[in-house]
Design a protein around this ligand. Structure first.
Ligand code: 2RA
Length: 329
């Protein structure tokens, strides 16, 4: 049985982490819920017991906690994760703060187990997680030469704020969080723009893909787009492989791999869609076809719930991997 803290417990991802801790029966002897001052005092019911959410302070990081699930933004993680770590906790952090730190493991459990150097483990970006799952299968079988992403990311990727702006748009009201309306629109703008014209979200996908697949020189590019969908991200992956293959062979490979769910029968209008993937734990793949514009290149379409496998579920799966002794600190 473990002492577990959840930081950001009132947020969309943090509350989903709690749901998963209950649903997957993680053995918990003590649960502590933290938030910012703004949300402290809220009541949350977990396994029939009411918990009062506490404001996280530096002294409270002493715990002791065996594991800390954190989804409270980069600033909070940079301030508190090292303190939790110093007091012996293992932190699984959903922010982007630690992902590219060379000492920190960036983990998709079915792709790359955590190395044991630091007790802070980074959860990758949602659109990265659902992409490296299928790409890892292709890398193992055929080797990767180049990857080009175009994403279609739901508003829940921005948490409650994104959902709020979509609802405001449906009511004919102006957005208050996005720079432009998301209702009846798409925004090729996720996170902040950099000097080179790429957004931080696009850089995350590029850099995280290389780190997780351990292919530091892999040519990767990305265009990340916000779309008026409430949950589930979609990613169009254009991938060039080292070895020759066919789309039929790729489909067969995906079909027998437990880490992805193949939905690919265009004649029956069967392909992954957010309306079907939302609320489900899987990474759905489809629309697999050869790209005749370039040798050994294929299109793969992937859809997954960005709050589940894209964030909370992946973090809880890392926790399960540690608890089940596959990776010991
Ligand atoms: C987004 N991937 O979709 C980012 C953070 N969750 O907004």
């Amino acid at each position: 049985m473990y002492s577990i803290a959840v930081v950001g417990a009132t947020g969309l991802v943090g509350s989903t982490m709690l749901e998963l801790l209950e649903k997957r029966n993680i053995p918990i002897k003590k649960l502590t819920l933290f938030s910012s001052a703004r949300s402290a005092g809220k009541e949350i019911v977990f396994k029939g017991q009411t918990y009062i959410v506490e404001e996280l302070t530096e002294s409270k990081t002493q715990g002791p906690y065996d594991y800390v699930l954190m989804s409270a933004g980069g600033e909070t993680s940079l301030r508190f994760s090292p303190l939790f770590e110093q007091h012996g906790s293992v932190v699984i952090d959903n922010s982007s703060a630690w992902r590219m730190d060379p000492e920190i493991s960036l983990v998709v459990p079915e792709v790359n187990p955590p190395s044991l150097s630091r007790k802070i483990i980074a959860n990758p970006n949602c659109s990265t997680i659902q992409s490296v799952g299928p790409l890892n299968i292709l890398a193992d079988a055929f080797g990767l030469k180049r990857v080009a992403y175009t994403t279609y990311q739901s508003v829940s990727g921005s948490g409650w704020k994104g959902i709020e702006d979509l609802k405001r748009g449906e009511r004919g009201e102006e957005p208050v969080n996005y720079p432009h309306p998301i209702y009846n629109n798409v925004l090729p703008h996720i996170d902040v723009f950099q000097e080179d014209g790429y957004t931080k979200e696009e850089v995350k996908m590029i850099e995280e893909t290389r780190k997780i697949l351990q292919l530091p020189s892999l040519p990767v590019t990305a265009t990340c787009v916000r779309v008026p969908v409430t949950s589930a991200h979609s990613v169009a992956i254009n991938v060039t492989l080292e070895k020759e293959t066919t789309s039929e062979e790729i489909k067969a490979l995906f079909n027998k791999n437990p880490n992805v769910i193949l939905e690919d029968d265009p004649k029956q209008n069967i392909y992954p869609m957010p309306v079907n993937a939302g609320g489900k734990e899987g990474i759905f793949v489809g629309r697999i076809r050869k790209d005749d514009s370039f040798p050994n290149t294929f299109h793969v379409w992937t859809v997954s719930d960005n709050i589940l496998k894209g964030a909370a579920l992946n973090a809880v799966q890392i926790l399960e991997q540690l608890i089940n002794g596959k990776e010991q600190y």
